[in-house]
Ligand binder design. Structure first.
Ligand code: NAI
Ligand code: HPV
Length: 387
C-alpha cells in the first residue's frame, strides 16, 4: 500500500489513475508521495516516509529542491502540461494592454440604466480607444513550453516576434516557427521590443531581471507581461517606470501587496494554469510519474534527480538507491550483494550534479540485512525496496 497526500486540490481524472494499492492520507508525515500545485513547502517538515513529490505544474520554486535531494526525495514537475492555458491568458494580456476593454466594460456597467446608451456610447467611446498588436514587436525571454506557444500564437496574430533562451531544448527549438527572430541575449529584446513577455523559471540568474537598469534600455511606453513569477520584476523600480511613462502597462499573473494597487498594472490572481484542461493534464502527468516511480522505481521529469528508466522489473527483486554522486558507490553496492550471495540481474546508474540514482534488479528477494548494509554505506541517502 502506498499512502499519498494532496497539498492542493488535484483533478480527479488524475487521482482516479491510482489503483486500490494507493490510499489518500491527510497526514503528510505518513505519506510516501505528495501531490502539490503552488502550496509553499519550504517550511514543512519532510518525514523519512516521503519518497516523491509531484508538482502538478511547471514552477518548482515553492519546493525545497536541494533539501529534498539530500533526503533522497525525488521531485517531479509536469513539463508543458499547463502551457496552453498560460499561452491563452498571455494573448488576453496582450489585448488588455492594448485596448481599454476593462475601462469600456466598466463604462457600460456604470451607464446601464441610460435609456439612450446606444447613442451616448458613440460619444463616450473615444476615451477607450487603443492600439493594435499587429505589426508590433513582441520579445519573449524564455523559449520553453510556454514561451514557444506564445511566440507562435503572437506570430499568427501578425506580431513581429523576437525570442531568446540560451538553454533552449531541441524539442522547443523544433516547435518554434521559423518566422521568430532568435536573438542571443535578452538585452537585444529589451532594446528592440514594444511588448516584452517573460517565461523563465525563478532562478538566481532571472530574479529581478526587470529592474531600473534593464527598463532604462527599453523603448518608452513598453508593455511588460509577467506570467512567470513576481520576483522576476523589481516592484519599486516598476512603480517608478509606470509613473514616469517609461513602462506603459505591466500585465502580471502574480500581483503582490505592492503591485496589486499600482496604477498601470493589469493583474490576474494567478489564473494561467487554472483551466479545466490544464488542471486535468497536470494531474494525469503527475500521477503517472508518481506511479511509475513508486511501482517501478523509474524517474521521468524530475527536477532534482536524473531521469532513469529501468522498465518493469522482471527479476525477483528490485532495489532503488538515492545517493551522492561520489566515487566508489557502485563497487560498495555490489560488494554488499556479493557478501549476501545475491546475484545482480541488471543495474542502471544515473547521475545529475551532486546526486545519483541506482536501480538494481536481483535474483532473490531483498532481506533486512541487505537493506541495513546498503543504508550504512556513506553517501547513501535513501534505500527503497521497489519489489
Ligand atoms: N501563470 C501560471 O499559472 C504559470 C506560470 N508558469 C511559470 O512560467 C515558467 C515557464 O514555464 P514553462 O515554459 O512551462 O517552463 P519551461 O521549463 O518549459 O521553460 C522555461 C525556459 O526558460 C529558459 N531559461 C532558463 N533560464 C533562462 C534565462 N536566464 N534566460 C532565458 N531563458 C531561460 C529555459 O531554458 C527554458 O527553455 C515557469 O517556471 C513558471 O514560473 C508556468 C506555468 C503556469
Ligand atoms: O505551473 C506553474 O508554474 C504555475 O504557476 C501554476 O500554478 P498553479 O498550479 O495554478 O498553482
Amino acid at each position: 500500500m502506498v499512502k499519498y497526500n494532496c497539498l492542493n486540490p488535484i483533478a480527479d481524472i488524475g487521482l482516479n489513475l491510482f489503483t486500490e494499492q494507493y490510499v489518500k492520507t491527510d497526514a503528510i508525515d505518513e505519506a510516501e508521495a505528495v501531490l502539490v500545485r503552488s502550496a509553499a513547502m519550504h517550511d514543512l517538515e519532510l518525514s523519512d516516509n516521503l519518497c516523491a513529490i509531484a508538482r502538478a505544474g511547471a514552477g518548482v520554486n515553492n519546493i525545497p529542491l536541494d533539501k529534498c535531494a539530500e533526503k533522497g526525495i525525488v521531485v517531479f514537475n509536469t513539463p508543458g502540461a499547463n502551457a496552453n492555458g498560460v499561452k491563452e491568458l498571455v494573448v488576453a494580456g496582450l489585448m488588455l494592454a492594448s485596448r481599454d476593454l476593462v475601462g469600456g466594460m466598466n463604462w457600460v456597467k456604470e451607464n446601464k440604466e441610460d435609456a439612450n446608451i446606444a447613442k451616448t456610447m458613440e460619444k463616450a467611446k473615444s476615451k477607450f480607444a487603443g492600439k493594435e498588436i499587429q505589426g508590433k514587436k513582441l520579445g519573449i525571454v524564455g523559449l520553453g513550453a510556454i514561451g514557444v506557444l506564445v511566440a507562435n500564437a503572437a506570430n499568427r496574430l501578425g506580431m513581429e516576434v523576437y525570442g531568446c533562451d540560451p538553454f533552449i531544448s531541441v524539442e522547443h527549438a523544433w516547435n518554434l516557427s521559423r518566422d521568430i527572430k532568435y536573438v542571443k541575449t535578452r538585452e537585444e529584446i529589451f532594446r528592440e521590443c514594444d511588448y516584452i513577455s517573460v517565461h523563465v523559471p525563478l532562478l538566481d540568474d532571472t530574479r529581478q531581471m526587470i529592474n531600473k537598469d534593464t527598463m532604462a534600455t527599453m523603448k518608452d511606453g513598453v508593455v511588460i507581461l509577467n506570467f512567470a513569477r513576481d520576483l522576476l520584476v523589481n516592484d519599486d523600480d516598476m512603480a517608478e517606470a509606470l509613473a514616469s511613462g517609461k513602462v506603459g502597462k505591466y500585465v502580471t499573473d502574480f500581483p503582490n501587496a505592492k503591485t496589486a494597487n499600482m496604477e498601470g498594472v493589469i493583474a490576474f490572481p494567478h489564473l494561467g494554469a487554472s483551466t479545466a484542461e490544464s488542471e486535468d493534464n497536470c494531474a494525469v502527468m503527475a500521477v503517472k510519474e508518481i506511479v511509475d516511480f513508486m511501482d517501478n522505481g523509474n524517474i521521468k521529469n524530475s527536477v532534482n534527480y536524473p531521469s532513469c528508466d529501468a522498465g518493469i522489473c522482471a527479476s525477483e527483486g528490485r532495489i532503488a538507491i538515492n545517493h551522492r554522486n561520489i566515487p566508489n558507490m557502485l563497487s560498495q553496492f555490489t560488494t554488499v550483494f556479493a557478501a549476501e550471495n545475491i546475484n545482480i540481474d541488471n543495474m542502471v546508474n544515473k547521475s545529475r550534479g551532486d546526486f545519483a540514482y541506482t536501480v538494481i534488479d536481483i535474483a532473490a528477494s531483498s532481506t533486512q540485512t541487505l537493506v541495513e548494509k546498503l543504508t550504512a554505506i556513506n553517501g547513501v541517502l535513501k534505500i527503497r525496496v521497489v519489489k
